[in-house]
Design a binder for this molecule. Structure first.
Ligand code: ZN
Length: 279
């Protein structure tokens, strides 16, 4: 089972953003602990960079994470803008637009969007130490603007839903969980490549049927690589009916909602993969 490092931003003498007496360090500690509790209930191993109001530098936090040996790192923050009530919504920050962390970030954003937050997307922040110095896929969630009344109201009134949504997003990304576990009705995104566009077209036209995408080993190496690249699972080898080429079925993700699948698909396309969605 995967191990997650949860990082509540700031702490101690560093309050983070402050607005009308409200301090970011308090909101994010409460949120990190609530998400962690829900993950642990589903059998995910969780470690925290802090569970109290203490300060460690971002560099020290990355070191704590690296020593803890987590598979993924999720840092919790709240956003701030120069003027109050200027912006509203959630965004998730990543070091760059590569690897599994993009899918994790997209899944968390989508989960928060469902709670009612505006989804401001996934942003690259190569300068952030906790994203740069952590030796595992790392994301930083900005859970709404601390100096925007609407976001604070949502944060307070729907706190349990927000914690549950983030936990569900992480569980969905990990492919674990009970009630929210992807099943036969899930939408599956798979990758193909130029050579496989015919299979992709076929799958696209059969949306509504149950099908898995096909991935050729020509462009992205052995299916094992393709599977590990996207955290997907390799299925049985199959033969492409048209070309006779040997192909692999690789499930890249499973989603209850088509929008979520579309978002991940968009990310994969940005990374240069021909993708298609099947249901
Ligand atoms: Zn912060």
């Amino acid at each position: 089972m995967a191990k997650l490092i949860l990082d509540a931003g700031h702490g101690g003498a560093d309050p983070g953003a402050v607005h009308n007496g409200r301090q970011e360090k308090d909101d994010v500690l409460r949120l990190a602990l609530a998400v962690g509790e829900r993950l642990e209930k589903n059998g995910v191993e969780v470690a925290y960079t802090r569970t109290e109001d203490v300060y460690d530098s971002p560099f020290e936090k990355a070191q704590i994470a690296n020593r803890g040996g987590g598979d993924f790192f999720v840092s919790f923050h709240r956003n701030s803008s120069p003027e109050p009530n200027q912006y509203s919504g959630v965004e998730t920050l990543v070091y760059d637009q590569e690897g599994q962390k993009i899918a994790l970030a997209e899944t968390i954003n989508s989960a928060l969007e469902r709670v009612g937050f505006r989804n401001l997307g996934v942003q690259e922040r190569p300068g952030l130490v906790v994203l740069r110095k952590t030796g595992m896929p790392a994301v930083l969630v900005e859970a709404g603007f601390l100096n925007t009344d609407a976001d604070n109201e949502r944060f307070d009134l729907q706190f349990d839903d927000i914690a549950q949504a983030i936990a569900d997003g992480i569980l969905r990304f990990l492919g674990v969980g009970s009630a929210d576990r992807p099943s036969e009705d899930a939408v599956i995104v798979s990758t193909g490549n130029a050579a496989m566009s015919s299979a992709g077209d076929t799958a696209m036209s059969s949306v509504g049927d149950t099908a898995l995408g096909l991935v050729s080993d020509a462009a992205i190496g052995p299916a094992g690589d393709a599977a590990s690249l996207f955290g997907g699972e390799r299925e049985e080898d199959v033969q492409d009916e048209d070309s006779g080429e040997k192909l692999y079925r690789v499930q890249v993700g499973a989603f209850r909602r088509l929008d979520d699948a579309v978002r991940l698909e968009r990310q994969l396309r940005v990374q240069g993969y021909a993708t298609f969605i099947t249901t």
